[in-house]
Design a binder for this molecule. Structure first.
Ligand SMILES: Cc1ncc(COP(=O)(O)O)c(C=O)c1O
Length: 456
């Protein structure tokens, strides 16, 4: 059998997954006992596994297939580009047309943020790494070489490279790989459901922004390069900050001359109901990290965009300041061609507006789940939503990750053809932005049924 034919042989696929593949973010023993669902097809908001079972995709894979599966516009753009040139790099004095066309489109879309240049990469972790490195080089060029430290939030997720992991806050992601990069410091997230101070959102926003200010002052602003955060924290718990938090953070960064990096890998291109998550808070970052929704995952792509202030540091004739950073696949023509077609869809179908409207209905319906004793909190914005499960509502004691209760709820939803994701003690909903209210009803009805069954 040819190797290509083997990929279509279901028994071969199932056996060899168990034999050869280590999956991200799971102990291989757990994965051996609970083999993954092998997804082999997708169309719109639905996916199909190798046994032919169909599911409503309530996670858009990993919050990235924003325009839905199997869009002919994107497939045709990739094929057209393949006919011309499958790949050529963008290092030094080489380039390719789709990456240049995409840079122009991104700069148009990011004009309100005064963004001026883009560096492409292969995904979100890469985009974060680029942001961290460019901010350090910026301060060296700006004559303040001691500004090297990074501040971030405790529940942050900024990818898996050493820089991004160092500014990520979740201990489970970091522990096995410690020690992390020196010079990385974390302050508390403005997490309304779980914080030590207040139930008042505004007060919480003030407290957390003040904490950032005090820590920068304590360490010396002349040592701090940047603060990095997600406009809405995703993998760390779907934490929507109070409305005053980001504007206060921008003030703090301005006061101490610290760069503000928005990690928009999940929130970019419409997911929160605005084209970019930081617009939700009316804030202009200095650097933005983009990936996922940039081309809905059809071909891997990431991008780091920087504003005019950063670019000016490179505008001087002297010294020479090569950017010694980049990936073989930075600006991959197929990925950029897919992005151009994808962003046409996002703009023409006004998917940010749809995410806002359908997300509002989704949140309202998820609110019904608080009738179950294990549901501690329901939160989110746009099509970034979570249900948090607790053992005890009074103490908010969370279910441990991989608790059989959580696994049973997930299994029950999957049995009902609704694909959901459990992360730690939360059920995450991040569907394609083309979701409609009827899809929301199917999803929430399945969770209702799962909770009734498992609780009984
Ligand atoms: C906010 C954020 N930043 C960075 C990343 C890393 O992206 P990737 O998995 O494409 O490397 C993720 C992934 O989910 C993310 O959520």
């Amino acid at each position: 059998m040819s190797n290509q034919r083997r990929a279509g042989d279901t028994n071969f696929i199932i056996e060899n997954n168990a034999r050869h593949v280590w999956h991200p973010m799971i102990d291989p023993k757990v994965s051996a006992e609970n083999p993954p669902v092998i997804v082999s097809g997708g169309d719109g908001v639905h996916i199909t596994d190798v046994s032919g079972k169909a599911y409503l995709d309530c996670t858009a894979s990993l919050w990235n297939v924003n325009v839905g599966h199997n869009r002919p516009e994107i497939k045709n753009a990739i094929i057209d580009q393949l006919d011309k040139l499958a790949y050529y790099n963008t290092f030094g004095n080489a380039s390719n047309p789709p990456s240049i066309a995409l840079s122009a489109l991104l700069m148009e879309m990011l004009e309100p943020e005064d963004m001026a240049r883009v560096m492409f990469s292969s995904g979100g972790s890469d985009a974060v790494e680029g942001a961290l490195k460019l901010s350090r080089q910026y301060w060296k060029l700006a004559g303040k070489p001691e500004k090297t430290k990074f501040f971030s939030l405790k529940n942050a997720y900024h990818g898996v490279h050493f820089g991004g992991l160092s500014v990520s806050g979740g201990i489970p992601w970091r522990r096995a790989f410690e020690p992390m990069m020196p010079g990385s410091f974390h302050i508390d997230s403005p997490h309304l459901y779980r914080n030590a101070w207040t139930e008042d959102p505004e007060e919480l926003g003030e407290i957390c922004a003040d904490m950032l200010a005090r820590e920068i002052e304590h360490q010396g602003a002349d040592t701090v390069a940047a603060f990095i955060a997600e406009p809405v924290q995703g993998a760390g718990g779907m934490i929507v900050p109070p409305a005053n938090f980001w504007p206060r953070v921008r003030e703090v960064c301005d006061r101490f001359d610290v760069l503000l990096i928005a990690d928009e890998v999940v929130t970019g291109f419409g997911r929160t109901g605005t084209m970019f998550g930081s617009r939700h808070w009316g804030v202009k970052p200095d650097i933005m990290c983009l990936a996922k929704g940039i081309n809905s995952g059809y071909v891997p792509l990431g991008a780091t965009v920087v504003n005019k202030r950063i670019v000016e540091a490179w505008d001087k004739d002297d010294p020479m300041a090569p950017i010694m950073h980049g990936y073989t696949y930075s600006g991959h023509p197929l990925a950029c061609a897919a992005a151009l077609a994808n962003l046409d869809i996002v703009i023409e179908e006004d998917l940010p507006a749809n995410a806002g409207a359908v997300g509002g209905y989704f949140l309202e319906r998820l609110g019904e789940l608080t009738e179950y004793p294990s549901v501690g909190d329901v939160r989110g914005v746009g099509l970034m939503l979570a249900v948090e499960f607790v053992k005890d509502r009074g103490t908010k004691e969370p279910f441990p990750a991989f608790d059989p209760y959580l696994t049973a709820i997930q299994k029950s939803c999957m049995d009902a053809n609704v694909w959901v994701r459990i992360q730690a003690n939360k059920m995450i909903f991040s569907p394609p932005l083309v979701f409609g209210n009827s899809h929301v009803d199917t999803a929430v009805d399945a969770v209702h049924a799962a909770l009734s069954r498992v609780d009984a």
